[in-house]
Write a protein that binds this ligand. Structure first.
Ligand code: ADP
Ligand code: MG
Ligand code: MG
Length: 932
């Protein structure tokens, strides 16, 4: 896996300021600043840059590379530090140049046998667009005339000449391109041609003269006609470009250190524009879109390298080179294969054919799509070019993620952008693409999706827990507010719904059921598309394609990952359908079922509410009796889906008021009803109540009183989790009964059940002891009634620091721990996630007070340390204690590496993260990840 340069290397504190000493004098005269291509190799990227090291490597392999030399990155750094060439550098360039001349059989600046060179920059890491290459250095009037003669092609010679003046003027001397282009346009008009290629030799000679005049006029100095002077200036320009704005911005964005410097490659020119037997092209050694093992790319006959990329002429598919130049093709295909075998990696190659002779101009590891990355890694391993472990290491979590969500094809996206339909961007919080019609509330979203079978995009300023049914029904979720940890983002990720949140450009008007963005207005029912992978929002319905998770390459690769990883991967799933999906994706168990989610369903909520409001045990027991069979079926469904695998069921966790209507709403309703009743007072006095106000009012008053009685200032730290279980034992007893009865039912069907009963929010071992006694009694009763012995386990979540710190005591009553890192992060930091993410967390991240969002990636120093303590203490009491994590971090690759390092048994994450976690766990095992 390639890692970006670590941030710390960029911001090393300068702690040694006080003892700064003059730098030791470098033995300047002895430093080797210049290497010939045949003096280097691919291992020297830091010194020779990526381009130079690979040119050297190809030379070493005996491939036809036009001879050249590399001025090192160290020379660049020395130049920038001193403001001039370090001593010895220029002499070394001249000595090396003489050797290049000898190899090429030509002489730089000698009109008899002129050598031309290119000057190409090349840092250790590829930095596209840092400095453009200057071709044809070494030209002047005499050389051009001679070249025209030698090539019997005057047009060619003067085209090369005018290109040099233009490139030198813009790239080396920093002039704008427009005046040059204007002159070209003028000449095209004068000739009545549309393309520079149709200009004639005399035009080009005239253009060259005019170009030189521009240079003289704008710089106050004549265009340098001395080739050696051209070369010196070009090298200096490359050095200086390292500190240009373009370069600095790029390094900041790509996280590349600023002190690496760039190398300069001076290379003999070869010409692909010397007639029909000349050509140039760019290929990758395999198809980098789909991974197919065939050379892919473009070529042009009678052209120079940049013509292929510039797109001014229509290029030919590389396959046609075989027919056009069979000999060249055969040789080229051989070189491609050789390079791929040599680098053990797909290559991106530039070549030029000069009068039938093939020259290799560049090779580097090719960039590729997710699909190609996986297919290529698997194929290379099958071809034994790399090991299976290397194949696994080369695939990234993002590559795997691609297969789990619908996507917009590149063509759709491009067309939409061209139409101006990219209307806004926000945070890319849940990957995948979706399009559909806008619905402005959850009920509408659900109704349209369910009853009218429409594809819906639900849009809200932000979402709340009672929006979940709409979010589940929608194809995608869009909000104008909220951050990466907002409710919308969490739910979307959990259920694999594409989502873009915090799109501040959207002005959502809920009342008018529309949103405005810039000049445009989108109403309910209008079509939009969003891409949760990039954060883009488009007008209109873009087509989506669904990648096939059952891609044979992907399955094979994940299978290899499974063989490498030590961590098991489980899933968080509340419903049988989630469990089934998780299993398809390779989950080895359910690490968290949130039983309360089931309580929210429409037909159950009234029973739950009545149970909460019950004033006596009899009424409560009656409600619980109604809930029992429903929960039993929930659990039986999970057991069946996970046949043979563990299912961890967490008993009720949230504070009960979450199941009741909101306090503020009730208060408003009561006040309103009360007022209406007062106005209608006279009729009521007469005993009439045609609207039934009195009944509704008293019912609402009762609800309000109950909600008020239960109201807590900090419900997150209030009566919830194990505390609630102890306070209301009948409820958890019902849940345990449902679990055990479901287990018995399934065992009778022949299903292998492995239930694990999990207690949330334990802080003190006594809590667990009390709760366990209640529950084991109930479990024993069920087994006796059913005459079946169920092997179940009893364990707890570790999500309160006290629990981690006293894990040795807790482990006496728990057979397993599951780190609930969402709450553990909240309780360790003492911050509420909901408040943090809508407020100060963003600011903290921007100001780098926190290096990372601790709700996305485990805070190893704090939360992580508690986990380590919990692991060590827990295992001390119970060596076979089973340890897992079920917070959202369980699907985050960095956090997974940490879980591996501290020796957990499994991570549990959303079903959609399971394949990613399988890969990440393998990466962790390969890296032997140690806690940072
Ligand atoms: P980039 O990194 O932008 O591709 P390059 O240095 O590779 O820049 O060069 C730009 C173009 O010039 C490429 O098409 C390359 O093949 C071509 N080129 C560079 N050096 C030579 C050379 N010595 N002879 C012929 N073409 C060259
Ligand atoms: Mg190139
Ligand atoms: Mg919790």
């Amino acid at each position: 896996m390639s890692r970006p340069a670590s941030r710390s290397s960029l911001r090393k504190p300068t702690t040694k300021l006080a003892v700064r000493r003059p730098a030791p004098r470098a033995p300047a005269a002895r430093t080797k600043w210049v290497y010939l291509f045949d003096e280097g190799d691919a291992s020297m990227k830091a010194l020779l840059g990526g381009k130079g090291a690979n040119l050297a490597e190809m030379t070493k392999l005996g491939l036809p590379v036009p001879p050249g030399l590399v001025v090192t990155t160290a020379a660049c750094n020395a130049y920038l530090a001193a403001g001039g060439f370090p001593s010895g550098l220029w002499d070394q360039v001249l000595v090396a140049l003489a050797k290049v001349e000898k190899k090429a059989g030509k002489k730089f600046g000698d009109p008899k046998k002129p050598l031309l060179v290119s000057c190409r920059s090349g840092a250790r890491f590829s930095m596209p667009g840092m400095m453009d290459t200057v071709l044809n250095i070494g030209m002047n009037d005499a050389v051009a005339e001679r070249l025209a003669e030698l090539a019997s092609d005057r047009r060619f010679a003067f085209d090369a000449y005018r290109r040099l003046v233009q490139m030198f003027g813009t790239v080396v001397l920093g002039l704008p391109d427009e005046p040059f282009e204007e002159i070209l346009a003028l000449h095209r008009r004068r000739r009545g041609v549309g393309n520079d290629a149709d200009l004639e030799a005399d035009d080009l000679a005239a253009i060259t003269a005019e170009f030189k005049a521009i240079v003289a006029e704008r710089t106050g100095k004549p265009f340098p006609t001395d080739p050696i002077e051209q070369l010196r200036l070009a090298i200096e320009a490359v050095f200086r470009s390292w500190n240009g704005k373009r370069a600095i911005d790029y390094r900041n964005a790509a996280n590349i250190a600023h002190d690496l410097g760039t190398a300069v490659n001076i290379q003999t020119m070869v010409f692909g524009n010397l007639g029909a037997d000349s050509a140039t092209g760019v290929v990758t050694t395999r198809n980098v879109t789909n991974g197919a093992p065939e050379i892919e790319g473009d070529w042009l006959s009678n052209a120079q390298g940049e013509d292929v990329v510039a797109g001014t002429r229509e290029t030919n598919r590389i396959a046609t080179l075989a027919a056009a130049m069979p000999g060249v093709w055969a040789e080229f295909a051989r070189h491609c294969k050789k390079l791929e075998r040599h680098y053990h990696e797909v290559q991106d190659i530039e070549f030029t054919v000069e009068r039938g002779k093939l020259w290799m101009l560049q090779t580097r590891d090719a960039k590729r799509s997710a699909q190609a990355a996986i297919r290529i890694a698997v194929d290379l391993a099958d071809e034994r070019l790399i090991t299976r472990a290397q194949a696994v290491a080369r695939v990234t979590p993002e590559h795997v993620d691609f297969f789990l969500h619908p996507q917009f094809p590149a063509s759709e996206r491009k067309a939409a952008k061209a139409r101006g339909d990219l209307i806004a961007s926000g945070l890319n919080v849940s990957p995948g693409a979706a399009s559909g019609v806008l619905a402005f509330d959850a009920d509408t979203a659900e109704r349209w999706a369910r009853d009218e079978k429409k594809a819906v995009i639900m849009v809200r300023p932000e979402t709340k827990p009672d929006d979940v049914h709409g979010m589940l029904a929608a194809r995608g979720i869009l909000t104008s507010r909220g951050g990466r940890t907002s409710h919308a983002a969490l739910v979307a990720r959990q259920f694999g719904k594409p989502a873009v949140v915090g799109v501040s450009a959207l002005e959502v008007d809920e009342k008018a059921r529309l949103f405005r963005v810039g000049e445009r207005t989108f109403r309910e029912g209008d079509a939009v598309s969003l891409d949760g992978t990039t954060g883009e929002v488009f007008a209109g319905a873009l087509d989506t394609v669904v990648p096939d998770f059952n891609d044979p390459g992907l399955l094979k690769l994940l299978g290899w990952a499974d063989g490498i990883r030590k961590l098991e991967v489980w899933a968080n799933a509340d419903y049988p359908r989630d469990a089934t999906r998780a299993r398809e994706y390779g989950a080895q168990g359910i690490g968290l079922t949130r039983t309360e989610h089931m309580f929210f369903e429409t037909e159950r909520l009234p029973i739950v509410q009545r149970m909460i409001l019950a004033t006596d045990d009899a009424e409560r027991d009656q409600c619980l009796a109604q809930l029992l069979p429903i929960q039993r079926e929930d659990f039986a469904g999970l057991f069946r889906a996970m046949d043979g695998l563990p299912v961890t069921i967490r008993l009720i966790d949230p504070p009960l008021h979450e199941f009741l209507p909101s306090h503020d709403e009730l208060l408003r309703d009561v006040t309103e009803l009360d007022t209406r009743q007062r106005i209608a007072g006279a009729e009521l006095a007469a005993g009439a109540d045609p609207l039934g106000l009195a009944g509704t009012l008293s019912q609402k008053r009762r609800l309000l009183a109950a909600v008020e009685a239960m109201r807590e200032a900090n419900p997150m730290l209030g009566l919830r989790g194990v505390r609630l279980g102890i306070h209301l034992p009948a409820l958890v007893r019902m849940q345990v009964r449902a679990i055990l009865e479901a287990a018995c039912e399934c065992m009778r069907e022949g299903v292998k059940v492995k239930p694990k009963i999990m207690i949330p929010l334990t802080a003190h071992n006594n809590e667990l002891m009390v709760e366990r006694a209640i529950l084991e009694t109930e479990a024993a009763a069920v087994m006796k009634e059913q005459k079946i012995r169920v092997r179940y386990q009893f364990g707890t979540m570790i999500e309160i620091p006290r629990a981690a710190l006293t894990a040795d005591k807790i482990a006496k009553h728990a057979e397993f721990f599951s780190f609930g890192t969402n709450d553990l992060t909240q309780t360790t930091f003492g911050i509420s996630r909901d408040d943090a993410e809508t407020g100060f967390l963003q600011e903290y991240l921007e100001k780098r007070i926190l290096p990372e969002n601790p709700f996305a990636t485990i805070d190893q120093d704090g939360v992580g340390k508690l986990m380590q303590v919990g692991v060590a203490l827990g295992r001390r009491t119970r060596p076979d204690l089973e340890l897992g994590i079920c917070g959202e971090h369980g699907g985050d690759p960095k956090s997974i590496a940490f879980c591996h390092a501290i020796g957990l048994d499994y991570v549990s994450c959303s079903p959609y993260r399971v394949p990613i976690a399988r890969l990440a766990a393998a990466h962790a095992a390969l890296a032997g990840a140690a806690p940072a």
